[in-house]
Design a protein around this ligand. Sequence first.
Ligand code: C5P
Length: 297
Amino acid sequence: MSVTVRVPAKVNVQLAVGAARPDGYHDLANVFLAVGLYDEVTVTAADGLRVTCAGPDAEQVPLDRTNLAARAALLLAERYGRDADVHLHIAKDIPVAGGMAGGSADGAGALLACDALWGTGASREELLDICAELGSDVPFSLVGGAALGTGRGERLTELEVGGAFHWVFAMASRGLSTPAVFREFDRLGEGREIPEPVASRELLDALAKGDADALAATVSNDLQPAALSLFPELADTLAAGRAAGAPVSLVSGSGPTTAFLARDAEAAEGIAGALRASGTCRMVRTAAGPVPGATVV
Ligand code: C5P
């Protein structure tokens, strides 16, 4: 028997970052939006734990126990006193190390799939708890839709969204390490007072109304200067998207994927075409959000 779970990518429409905490993490006001770019995780009973991966970026995915999907299976098995005897197969479409929560998606997907395969009867709260242990963005991959993440991003408040937002995503020629981007954020902020991160009222209103122009006027990402400092060529991609008419361009999460908000699906295709022709990125995709979180298919 096998179970397949489909899990979306995310873009952060607001990422407000506070000062480094004593534990090394940063308090965040993190507004997540799940978008229709998906990884699929299939779990099948096997002798022992095995991970395989297919897709354009598959060779960059670790297949050992550092893979978040493997860690999710091991954590759930441990809690329920069983062996993690499963083959986890990841059909990967979300860019690797791209700032779109691809690894987190695989963790949430494997957790939900193993839970269904093993019939553990775990509650939603228990699953969310395990997600938070796996990583700051993993709870959102389970929940999907739109949500405000506080703490290190793992404490979620679901948000109302009044319509679909159309996006273009430009994938970069290499990845960025999330810890490295946070370290660069700390370095750039040295000697400066870092304010407490708070969600923008205007931005939450724009989401609730489904108003793309209002959202474009309020998106922000405090990690963007750090991502640009480590990967200066991203400025060319951001400029190419703006030149193509995108109302706003930003780095997605810790990057290096860049995100462009469009007014509708047709405008998104136009911006995508211009970005492909610009030669400033490796691959371009369009996707709309919000979409539901991890779902058994
Ligand atoms: O929680 P997760 O393992 O995904 O975080 C990866 C890394 O990103 C952390 O080790 C930390 O360096 C950085 N991080 C942070 N503050 C957060 C979330 C992540 O500094 N709120």
